[in-house]
Design a protein. Structure first.
Length: 170
C-alpha cells in the first residue's frame, strides 16, 4: 500500500511539474511576443521622428491615452483582418481618442496592414497622403503593432497623432 501511495504521489508530482513547465513556456512565449510588439511600435515611432527631424520638425512624444486608442484600433483590425480608419464598431479616430478622455485640439491616424517592417511602413506613409499626418503640427502620438498569424495581412500598425492643450507626454 505504501509503494502504491508513493507511486501515485510521484506520478502526481511529475504531472504537476510537466504542467508547470508547459505554463512557464506559454508565459515565456507571451512575454516574448509582448516584447516584440513593443519593440516594433518603438521602431515605428523612431522612424517617424527621424522623418520629422529631416524636415525640421520636433519629435513626437508618446502619450499613454493615445497609446490606448492606437492599441484598441490595432486589436480591432487584427481580429477582423481589415484596414480602415473606421472600426468595426463604426468609431473613427476622433471618437476613439475622445473615448479615452484625451482633451484634443486635433487628431489624425495612420494605419497599415501587411508589412512586418517599421521602416517600410513609414516609407509607405511618406509616399502618400499620410505624409501630411507625419509632417503635421501634432505633438503627441500613440503607436501600436499587432501580429495575427491567422489572418491574411498578419501585421497591423496604427499611429494616432494628436495635440491637446491639457495633455502631456509620458
Amino acid at each position: 500500500m505504501v509503494a502504491i501511495t508513493h507511486y501515485a504521489f510521484v506520478l502526481v508530482l511529475g504531472l504537476a511539474t510537466v504542467s508547470n513547465a508547459s505554463n512557464l513556456r506559454q508565459l515565456s512565449n507571451t512575454i516574448d511576443m509582448n516584447e516584440i510588439l513593443i519593440k516594433k511600435s518603438s521602431n515605428l515611432l523612431a522612424q517617424v521622428n527621424q522623418m520629422r527631424a529631416e524636415h525640421g520638425l520636433q519629435s513626437l512624444c508618446s502619450n499613454k491615452k493615445l497609446q490606448v486608442a492606437a492599441e484598441r484600433h490595432v486589436i480591432d483590425q487584427s481580429k477582423s483582418d481589415f484596414m480602415s480608419d473606421i472600426g468595426t464598431d463604426n468609431s473613427d479616430p476622433e471618437q476613439r481618442v475622445t473615448a479615452i478622455e484625451f482633451n484634443l485640439q486635433s487628431v489624425a491616424e495612420n494605419i497599415d496592414a501587411g508589412s512586418d517592417n517599421a521602416s517600410a511602413v513609414a516609407d509607405w506613409w511618406m509616399k502618400g497622403s499620410n505624409r501630411d499626418v507625419i509632417l503635421g503640427e501634432f505633438t503627441m502620438v500613440g503607436t501600436a503593432y499587432m501580429f495575427n498569424e491567422d489572418t491574411y495581412n498578419k501585421h497591423y500598425w496604427v499611429q494616432v497623432y494628436a495635440t491637446g492643450s491639457s495633455e502631456q507626454c509620458d
